[in-house]
Write a protein that binds this ligand. Structure first.
Ligand code: NAD
Length: 287
């Protein structure tokens, strides 16, 4: 059995540090950090994610305000709300829960969020900062959470073969850039990669972010690798990842569980990004 990369317990530790910092600010008489969460439509998974994020905010003293918009909201209506939240001094972070209903033009609304409040890190300016290695931007939450988890467990990345399966906008792509910051040698595979196994077998750190349950089997994993499972799929009443955990745990040096690995770290990274936005806002206010 390999080492379990426990995102839940690391999250507890980090969240208690966040809570202490927030308490210090509030004791000084400052307003609490504030996150605006925008939820369009009634996608059941999104409702659960939003509820989790709100609970996590509440526990550390971050104020969260949810804006629920009907499923038939237009791009213009959403842009109007974003403009209002951008202008509001008491709002530090804006989180637009994805996916959006199909009539909304995502390419138009994400860039409309102020890059200073873009705690998801999806704004082109923040993505650009990730490319340029400008550390004052916001790093998308799942890649940031994975990076913190690997760091906590002392996983050395410099010069290592990191293979990421899944090139999505939310996880795979930004994570590949972050792993380059860490001086890893990075390969990114996706649905059109000709021979995935040829790549995964080389990986000293293997990350899977596809949403295909059981995609990663033991024969695809190098002996002693660190395996990070980002996938979240519902199989009946179970939540499972991309990795065949029972097989792979015998071969890997370390592995993340699903649930309890990357999921809680993603939410913790959101809290950290919100705190970062708040600190910057305070700086701007000259405090
Ligand atoms: P996405 O649809 O944007 O990207 C999926 C990627 O996987 C694509 O690049 C696609 O080419 C690739 N892919 C699909 N099937 C494949 C296959 N058979 N072989 C190789 N590559 C394949 O998805 P996403 O938003 O990046 O999310 C991926 C998964 O991660 C989902 O299960 C999602 O729920 C999960 N997720 C988890 C967290 C978390 O906090 N744990 C956060 C975000 C996303």
């Amino acid at each position: 059995m390999s080492l379990l990369l426990d995102g839940r317990s690391l999250s507890e530790k980090l969240r208690s540090e966040i809570k202490q910092e927030v308490e210090r600010y509030v004791k000084l008489g400052l307003r609490p950090p504030t996150l605006a969460v925008v939820l369009v439509g009634d996608d059941p998974a999104s409702q659960v994610y939003v509820a989790n994020k709100r609970r996590a905010c509440e526990k550390v003293g971050i104020r969260s305000i949810v804006y629920r918009l009907p499923v038939n909201t237009t791009t213009e209506e959403l842009l109007e709300l974003i403009a209002q939240l951008n202008a509001e001094d008491g709002v530090d972070g804006i989180l637009l829960q994805l996916p959006l209903p199909p009539q909304i033009n995502q390419q138009e609304v994400i860039p409309a969020i102020s890059p200073k409040k873009d705690v998801d890190g999806f704004h082109p300016e923040n993505m650009g900062r990730l490319v340029a290695r400008m550390e004052d931007g916001f790093i998308p939450c799942t890649p940031l959470g994975i990076d913190l988890l690997l760091k906590h467990y002392g996983v050395e990345l410099k010069g290592k073969e990191v293979v990421i399966v899944g090139a999505g906008f939310i996880v795979g792509r930004p994570l590949s850039l972050l792993m380059l910051w860490r001086d890893a040698t990075v390969s990114v595979c996706h649905i059109h990669t000709r021979d995935i196994v040829e790549h995964t077998k080389r990986a000293e750190v293997l990350v899977s972010a596809t949403g295909v349950p059981g995609l990663i089997k033991a024969h695809m994993v190098k002996e002693g690798a660190v395996v990070v499972d980002v996938g979240i799929s519902r199989l009946g009443d179970r939540i499972v990842g991309d990795v065949d955990f029972e097989e792979v745990k015998e071969k890997a040096y370390a592995i993340t569980p699903v649930p309890g690995g990357v999921g809680p770290m993603t939410v913790t990274a959101l809290l950290l990004n919100t705190l970062k936005a708040y600190r910057k806002a305070l700086g701007k206010e000259g405090i």
